[in-house]
Design a protein. Structure first.
Length: 741
């Protein structure tokens, strides 16, 4: 029977070959994207595994007698918003441990850099970046020490005396190879695997749903003619099992060919997927691999799923072949189809004010809620289509409209099937735009005022020891000599709590700033008339907003006494050019290497990189789902025309003009598209609002004009796809179709 089924599958002429090729192509695209998503999840784990050495020194470890302690100080630097991870090391003997990616520790006065950092140093003036690192570059870090080809990492050789005075410096006897049990002071590098799994799972769902719709649509090409063929086989004595075998073999053959091609698609896509910064940085291409279990599950699971789908699709043939031959109208969908959609929205609403505390709990809450809503849209679509068609039928008398809406009311599943992929794409688009747009709106202050973006703050945080006892004139002169420098202020510590009562709610005493210095940095504020020293809250130097209009209270202390107090931090302003800011940072870093320079871009870079990653994922989803949904729409419309060529031919023979038939086909596709698209768009924004209220306590911010234009273009393109199939009516509704249908 299997041999007979294979002959039927491949000997049906051009139509059968085209159907098999299209199904195989749809499966290949779906498998390729599914394998790429699985490989991305694996790559996150591999990248994180290579970053475990960053946690060296974060917890006590058993010392080895044969190992000489290694002085270790891990800290951050930045360049134009990009994070640089730097580790200063100092060996105490020849047996000190060596970080991964190096054959030996760099000698004092030398350093080893990652390939990306080495390239950046070569093309950047030393006054902007290279001057912060001592001596010369003596080596390049291997890939086993890097998260990504773009990682900026440096291991700097120092003497023990140079390292031991740094805040947080310590001696270690082993390089970390796993996460410590207690990690309060871990550097925190890498990507949280559970969070990225949540993100990629949502992406996978957003991609797979339209792909499943596309595959299902492709497998239904010429469905009516195939069902009639299988019904005829039943009438001449074929058993239900034999019909099922024939159907399963045909679908499994195409799915197996498509699955094999899908592995090839994955190999072709892998270099391109590696360049997508899902985690904020690119992947190494070698990290995008599959486990044996994953490859086997896809290789066997996809053809098996195709066979099951074929069996389900032909259930009417197995039960009643005469029913198929007579084209019995299927029962109308019930209102209970709305329950999954309402359940998904109800789940998201339940967690407003009840956000789970753990990452795994949040994953279970939000991922399941969004996937349930997506499933609910697919399940509820036929009922919504039927309800809209019946509403239009009660209010129209035009022949084309009546024919179209009556057919939609009789078989709403077929009408919705053609647009289901686009409906899901619109839901994903609306939810993504709503979430990202709202986060950007609420966190827009991270961009900072233009004046604050031009400032460089160097020194200790309020709860850290002071930066230094005094600032030499040489350092002041070097800062002012930077092209584009505007001003430099010295913020003195306030151990005596002078003017502390000016803001009793402040967590720290205010810093003391000479009014002559404060006048050079007006972005922070100004002194009262006649004052010589101002009490400025330390948060003012960390605020991203301009404080120009703020008048700070005078401090009851003489300028000479304030100048003798320890220095908490330095605040320099520039003209805002990247070169001026980085040169200023370099001057301050060279003068005080154990302190950190910060700019607005540095403060914002972490969250902005996260948002950029979400935007990148949104772009991937949109650029993938919209073309797939468009192809699904085109295939579905063509399949519907092919299956109804004889009824349309009979209408033409009875005098129905061709433009009437075109109007019928257009309305059958456009009505469910517009109705369910409106529901999907509203549902997407509602789901986004519930997520934002639960997770971040934000209120949804409406989309901008770009979203409206995108949706309008998407709907216009969909209508254009429908219109592009209408010329087929003339070719397939000739008299021979009525005679041979």
């Amino acid at each position: 029977m299997i041999r007979f089924a294979l002959r039927l599958a491949v000997s049906g002429g051009r139509e059968a070959a085209a159907r098999l090729a299209l199904i195989a192509a749809a499966v290949a695209v779906g498998v390729g994207l599914l394998l790429s998503t699985l490989a991305c999840i694996n790559a996150v784990g591999k990248a994180n595994g290579r970053l475990l050495w960053y946690n060296t020194g974060s917890a006590a470890r058993t010392a080895t007698a044969a190992v000489d302690p290694l002085w270790w100080w891990a800290h951050d630097d930045h360049y134009r918003g990009r994070l640089i991870f730097e580790v200063d090391v100092a060996a105490t003997g020849p047996a000190s441990p060596v970080p991964p990616g190096l054959a030996a520790l760099p000698a004092p006065g030398t350093y080893a850099a990652s390939p990306a950092l080495a390239a950046l140093l070569r093309r950047t003036p030393a006054a902007e970046l290279g001057g912060r690192l001592p001596g010369r570059m003596a080596g390049v870090l291997g890939d086993e020490a890097l998260q990504s080809p773009d990682s900026l990492v440096a291991v700097v050789g120092r003497t023990p005396d140079q390292v031991r005075g740094a805040p947080g410096a310590r001696t270690v006897t082993t390089i970390a190879t796993d996460l410590p049990a207690h990690c309060q002071d871990c550097p925190g590098r890498g990507v949280r695997g559970d969070a990225m799994t949540l993100v990629l799972s949502v992406v996978a769902g957003a991609l797979i749903f339209p792909l499943l719709v596309f595959i299902g649509t492709a497998t239904r090409l010429s469905a009516a003619r195939r069902e009639q063929r299988f019904a005829a086989m039943r009438l001449v004595g074929a058993t239900p099992g034999q019909v099922s075998v024939v159907s399963a073999v045909e679908s499994t053959l195409a799915a197996a060919v498509g699955t094999a091609a899908g592995f090839g698609v994955f190999l072709l896509l892998r270099p391109a997927v590696a360049t997508v910064p899902f985690t904020g940085e690119r992947f190494f291409t070698a990290d995008l691999t599959l486990t044996g279990v994953q490859a086997l599950a896809v290789a066997l699971g996809v053809p098996a799923a195709a066979a099951v789908a074929a069996r389900i699709a032909l259930r009417r043939v197995v039960i009643s072949p005469l029913g198929v031959a007579r084209r019995v109208t299927p029962p109308p969908p019930r209102a209970r189809r709305l329950l999954p959609l309402l359940a998904g929205l109800g789940e998201l609403a339940w967690f407003v004010g009840r956000r789970p505390d753990t990452s795994s709990g949040q994953t279970a809450a939000y991922l399941s809620g969004f996937l349930l809503v997506m499933t609910g849209l697919v399940v509820a679509g036929p009922w919504l289509t039927m309800a809209a068609a019946r509403a239009v039928a009660r209010r129209t008398g035009r022949p084309a409209t009546l024919i179209a809406v009556r057919r939609l009311a009789d078989d709403p599943k077929a009408g919705f099937r053609s647009v289901s992929g686009l409906v899901l794409a619109l839901f994903v688009t609306s939810a993504t735009v709503g979430i990202i747009g709202t986060i950007n709106a609420h966190r827009g202050v991270l961009s900072g005022a233009p004046q604050t973006r031009a400032a460089v703050e160097h020194g200790a945080l309020p709860d850290e020891p002071p930066l230094t006892d005094s600032v030499p004139d040489r350092v002041r002169a070097d800062v002012r000599a930077v092209p584009g420098s505007r001003g430099l202020a010295v913020v003195h510590a306030n151990p005596g709590g002078v003017a502390e009562d000016t803001d009793p709610h402040a967590p720290w005493p205010p810093g003391l700033v000479l009014c002559s210095d404060l006048a050079r940095i007006p972005v922070v504020g100004h002194c009262p008339a006649g004052a010589r020293v101002a009490a400025v809250p330390l948060f003012a130097f960390l605020d991203l907003r301009s404080q120009e209009a703020q008048e700070w209270p005078a401090a009851p202390i003489a300028p000479e006494a304030a100048a003798r107090l320890p220095v908490q931090l330095l605040y320099a302003t520039t003209d805002g050019s990247p070169a001026a800011m980085e040169r200023t940072r370099t001057v301050l870093t060279r003068a005080y290497p154990h302190a950190m320079s910060r700019t607005v871009d540095d403060w914002a870079s972490g969250q902005q990189r996260e948002l950029a990653g979400w935007r990148q994922l949104a772009d991937v989803v949109l650029l993938t789902t919209l073309p797939i949904a468009g192809c699904s729409l085109a295939v579905s419309v063509v399949a519907g025309l092919s299956d109804r060529r004889r009824p349309f031919a009979m209408l033409r023979l009875t005098g129905a003009p061709l433009r009437l038939l075109r109007r019928v086909v257009g309305l059958e596709s456009a009505l469910p598209l517009l109705v369910v698209a409106a529901v999907a768009t509203g549902t997407g924004f509602l789901a986004a609002h519930l997520f934002l209220r639960s997770q971040m306590n934000y209120t949804l911010v409406g989309p901008g004009a770009a979203y409206v234009v995108l949706v309008a273009l998407g709907l216009a393109a969909s209508l254009a796809v429908i219109a592009s199939t209408l010329p087929l009516l003339r070719r397939i509704t000739g008299p021979e179709a009525a005679r041979n249908g």
